[in-house]
Design a protein around this ligand. Structure first.
Ligand code: SAH
Length: 330
């Protein structure tokens, strides 16, 4: 648990502190599961996706295959296995770089993967790079602003003090919204997009983000806390629940000005185009009936609109000279 501060703390500062404590001390997979943990096919497809992107980059040697927020490392392990099979020359050319802040998760990753670790994407060395990130952006801290002021365009910012919300005046202005409207911004996500734009101007690269959120920026509160798989109050017992917010893909894409933006498209469509069901059927054919039906259920959960297929999106940011990566068009 983290200590509640008695002075007001800006929401993004609070969220950063709470999540750092959470990821450092708890097994997040006790509270939620993720696509690569549901099916090995996710990592395999993203491995094959990376191999195609590497080919479209002109097969550069010394390429970096990076992942931001790799959790237990499952996605990368499945990706590397698939790459070894379908593109051994890419496997031989690449080095793995992982961006992870949690010492506990780093230790798990290090027991499974040979890699170089970073605290931030920004310190990954300059070289051609393919970056993967599943449910990374949603963990980055957000700021929230609420429209106040009786028809005047003034906004308050939300702070946290002793386990309660507090509103403080701000100079920030946004387009005029109805009184009480809430806007969220994720500054670290925007900074990451700007960094990728600057980086890919010098060295070729592509970055693939799978995460949840609406395709168009909206108004409204999306901060959510999960403990043992159940929603809970984000301000209670800070540091013991996973805090996330919807990814604002439109704002993220806008911050990546200069890059080719592919998507966002629904995750279900993206994975199905990459061959989720074909690969799952092949694997299921090698399994006992119960394991086979579990595997098929997993694939459906990832792709179906009522499962993770619609709210979750896929978006790629690429060097503009690269061919459109697989999965983003028919
Ligand atoms: N991609 C994994 C894990 C998702 S959970 C999966 O799909 O299973 C979020 C991951 O991002 C965790 O590994 C967490 O420790 C990491 N993380 C959260 N905030 C981070 C930050 N600011 N910088 C780097 N890693 C972060």
């Amino acid at each position: 648990m983290i200590m509640p501060l008695d002075q007001s703390e800006r929401l993004d500062h609070y969220m950063a502190r709470a999540n750092a404590a959470y990821y450092a001390t708890r097994d997040p997979y006790a509270d939620f599961t993720t696509a690569p943990e549901i099916s090995q096919v996710v990592g395999e497809l993203l491995g094959a996706w990376s191999a195609v992107v590497w080919q479209s980059m002109g097969r550069p040697p010394g390429v970096i295959l990076a992942e931001a927020g790799p959790g237990r490392g499952t996605l990368m392990i499945d990706a590397l296995r698939a790459i070894g099979r379908v593109a051994p020359d890419f496997r031989a050319a690449l080095t793995v770089h992982l961006v992870e802040t949690s010492p506990a998760l780093r230790a798990i990753q290090a027991s499974r993967i040979d890699a170089v670790w970073h605290h931030r994407v920004e310190t990954i060395p300059e070289a051609p790079m393919i970056l993967l990130a599943n449910e990374f952006l949603d963990a980055l801290p957000i700021r929230q602003f609420i429209q106040r002021g009786d028809g005047h365009d003034t906004w308050d910012e939300l702070y946290v003090a002793l386990g309660h919300w507090r509103e403080m005046p701000t100079d920030r202005v946004f387009p005029i919204d109805p009184e009480g409207s809430l806007r969220e911004i994720c500054e670290p996500a925007q900074a990451l997009a700007r960094h990728l734009a600057a980086r890919f101007e010098k060295t070729p690269g592509a970055a693939l983000f799978l995460d949840y959120g609406p395709a168009v920026s909206g108004l409204g509160h999306s901060l959510q806390a999960l403990r043992h798989g159940k929603p809970c109050d984000p301000l209670v017992d800070s540091g013991t629940a996973d805090l996330t917010a919807h990814v604002d893909f439109a704002a993220f894409a806008e911050a990546a000005a200069g890059l080719a933006v592919h998507g966002p498209i629904p995750q279900g469509m993206f994975l199905a185009r990459l061959g989720l069901f074909q690969r799952t059927a092949i694997l299921a054919g090698t399994l006992q009936p119960q394991a086979a039906s579990h595997m098929l259920d997993g694939a459906r959960r990832l792709a179906e609109p009522d499962g993770m297929g619609r709210l979750f999106k896929a978006m790629a940011l690429c060097h503009p000279a690269l061919a459109a990566p697989p999965g983003f068009s028919e």
